[in-house]
Structures are given as C-alpha cells and as structure tokens.
Write a protein that binds this ligand. Structure first.
Ligand SMILES: Cc1cc2nc3c(=O)[nH]c(=O)nc-3n(C[C@H](O)[C@H](O)[C@H](O)COP(=O)(O)OP(=O)(O)OC[C@H]3O[C@@H](n4cnc5c(N)ncnc54)[C@H](O)[C@@H]3O)c2cc1C
Length: 342
C-alpha cells in the first residue's frame, strides 16, 4: 500500500480560522484501504489521529503531535429512484456546497437551505449541520463508516446516528468512527422551508412569488454572503457558540428586562435564545484584541485578522462567555471542535 506520510506539515491552509500550527504527521487518504493503512500506521507508531475534512469547524490551539488524516474519498452515485425520491450516496471527501448544487441541478430538493455551508460531506453528520430551519438529519438515510473500536465498517441509520441540535453519536464518541459516505433520500417535488430567518423577506424583496428550490438556494447564498465573512477573505470558523437553550421561566425573566430578546420556543417547552443577539447586546460586536476579533457585522462569528493564535481566539471567547454568564445567567457553549489543548 502506497501511503505518503509527511512530517511537520503546516495546517494553516487546512483550517478556515487560518491558525498556523503544524501536524507532526499528515496523510491524505482516498480509499478505505488507504484509511485502514493510515490507522494501522498510527497504531504501530503509537500516535493519536485527527480526522480532517475542510477544516471549517476547528480551533487549533497548538502543534498537534498526531497523525492528521485528510479524508479525500470522492464520488457521487445515484443508488435508486422512484417517482418521488432519489437515493444518493456521496463520499466523505466531496465538498458539501458542490454536492448541494449538484443535487439541485438534478431536480432534487431538500438541501437548498443548507447551501454555502463550508466543509465536506464526511464532517456534515458530525455536528448535524443546520441552517434556516433545516438540518442534515431531515434528509439523511444512513451513514457508512469505519469503526476503529471494532475494526469494521458499519452502516448506521439516521436514528442510530442519534442526531440532535449540532450533535450526533459521531461527536459524542469523537474520533471513534471515520465517516466514509452518506446516503441521502431527496424528494423530487420540492417542499420548501421558508419560515426561518430572513428567507421569506428576501424572496419577497426580489419579487419571487413562487420560489423553486434553486431560488431558495440562491436566496440563502445571498443572505449568507451579506451576513457571514467569507473565510477566504477573513479567516473564521462560522458560528463560534451554539444557541443556548434555557427554561421557559428563565426566558420570561430575561424578556422582562430585554423586551427585544430573540427567542424560539422549542417543542419540549424550553426556549432557544440567539447567542449572536446576546453577544451583540453585551457590546462585543466589532471588538478586536490583537488579531483576534468579534466580526463587525455578526457577533456570533470570531475572526482572525492575520496572525491570531487559536489560544488568543479562545481567550476572547472565554471573556465573552464570562460576560454573558454574568449579564444574562446564560451559559454559552463553544460550537467548533477545539484541539491542541493539553
Ligand atoms: C463561514 C462559516 C459558516 C458556517 N455555517 C454553518 C452553518 O450554517 N451551519 C452549520 O451547522 N455549520 C456551519 N459552519 C461550520 C462547518 O462548516 C460545519 O461544521 C462543517 O460540517 C465542517 O466540515 P469540515 O469538512 O470543514 O469539517 P472539519 O472542520 O474538517 O472537521 C470537523 C469535525 O469533524 C471531524 N471529521 C472530519 N471529517 C470526518 C470524517 N470523515 N469522519 C469522522 N469525523 C470527521 C473532525 O475530526 C472534526 O472533529 C460554518 C463554518 C464557517 C467557516
């Protein structure tokens, strides 16, 4: 098995926060066989492993004394279709947004609200990516993965993946399973989800009365481009905090002091608050400490203006968490995966 294991590789161009740390060992794998060989190499050399996709959900705080495995399996295949649905298998190394655009071009829908989310297919189930009222789990049939504990491949149904808000079995048992491919079941007749965020307003503004899935995708791309910094221009890792969920009583108390507080009732009676609103309200938007900062237009996004370290970004995040706790008695949880801390 031909496996090119490189040493001391800078990860700066492999993480969208553009943090300049190095991987002690680095290998790209394009097949299950190469993945197994890389995992065997790590075991023989007593190295921990980091699975890497597009690097858009990582905060790297120090050089990593591990084997970084860049998952590059490619391919999209239509498994079956009937009058109403198509089942599509997509390999882990495919780019997420490119796949969404591919599915729309085939006349399939369901993923339009998830347009322009950075990263690859293999990481999408890890935090059950979501945007504009749609989550990955809504259209996912199963995940094919390699279980490092049992040294065998596994197919997990959506239910077995235990998806929740920005969470899954893969995140809870981090590093145990390598996702190889995902099977989607996508409808041919679009059932659009327009009730979240600014979607309806944007479509009305553009005078699009009966939108298609493609129209919704274009709208999502336009809204995201206005609100979120493009990592290619300003390094960032998307939303830095999860939206916190609090009890109905707590939300009511907060609403008395802050009548404009952004809140979403949950099915279980709890209330989800907009982390970005809380951070903005606390005056953090646009704050800069060295090269680490809070984005000037979107308080939920922490950015790297150039040479910030992951540690500096985390320090800023820690100050925000403490302030939000003190002002609103709300705990903010960091969304991206923090790696490198001892
Ligand atoms: C500008 C911006 C906007 C964003 N907007 C959103 C959004 O709207 N909604 C949302 O949910 N997220 C959003 N994100 C976060 C991010 O895009 C998603 O979490 C995405 O799925 C990460 O994919 P990735 O390939 O970059 O993963 P990586 O950052 O490479 O990895 C993320 C995690 O998955 C693990 N992993 C990677 N590949 C595999 C694999 N094959 N098998 C098992 N584990 C693996 C990694 O070890 C790591 O723990 C945004 C990020 C940015 C920068």
């Amino acid at each position: 098995m031909n496996l090119l294991i490189q040493e001391h590789v800078s990860l700066k161009s492999y993480n969208t926060l553009a943090v300049d740390v190095a991987a002690r060992f680095f290998v790209a794998v394009q097949s299950l066989e190469q993945l197994q060989a890389a995992l065997a190499w790590a075991q023989q050399h007593d190295r921990a492993v980091l699975l890497l996709g597009g690097g858009s959900n990582l905060v790297l705080t120090a050089d990593l004394d591990v084997l970084v495995i860049h998952v590059q399996l490619r391919g999209i295949a239509v498994l079956s279709e009937d009058a109403e649905h198509a089942r599509i298998e997509v390999q882990a190394g495919e780019n997420w947004h490119d796949f969404v655009q591919w599915s729309l071009a085939q006349g399939l829908s369901g993923l339009e609200n998830l347009s322009l989310i950075p990263g690859n297919i293999g990481a999408a189930p890890v935090q059950n990516i979501g945007a504009y009222g749609v989550e990955l789990k809504d259209h996912l049939e199963s995940v094919f993965c390699f279980d490092r504990d049992t040294q065998s491949t596994q197919r997990l149904s959506a239910e077995q993946c235990q998806f929740a808000y920005r969470d899954s079995l893969f995140k809870r048992e981090s590093g145990r399973r390598v996702i190889l491919s995902v099977i989607f079941r996508l409808p041919k007749q679009a059932i659009l989800q327009l009730d979240y965020g600014d979607l309806r307003g944007y479509l009305a503004e553009q005078q699009i009365g009966a939108p298609t899935a493609q129209d919704v995708s274009r709208a999502v791309c336009a809204i995201r481009a206005q609100k979120l910094p493009d990592p290619a221009e300003l390094a960032n890792t998307g939303s830095f905090f999860k939206n916190p969920v609090v009890s109905a009583e707590h939300a009511q108390r907060l609403q008395k002091s802050y009548p404009n507080i952004v809140r979403f009732a949950q099915a279980d009676g709890q209330v989800k608050l907009a982390a970005g609103w809380l951070i903005d309200q606390a005056g953090w938007k646009g704050v800069r400490q060295g090269d680490a900062g809070v984005h000037a237009k979107q308080a939920l996004v922490l950015v790297n203006y150039g040479s910030a370290t992951g540690q500096q970004v985390l320090e800023l995040a820690g100050q925000i968490q403490a302030d939000i706790q003190q002002r609103f008695a709300v705990e903010l949880e960091i969304e991206p995966n923090v790696l490198g801390q001892s």
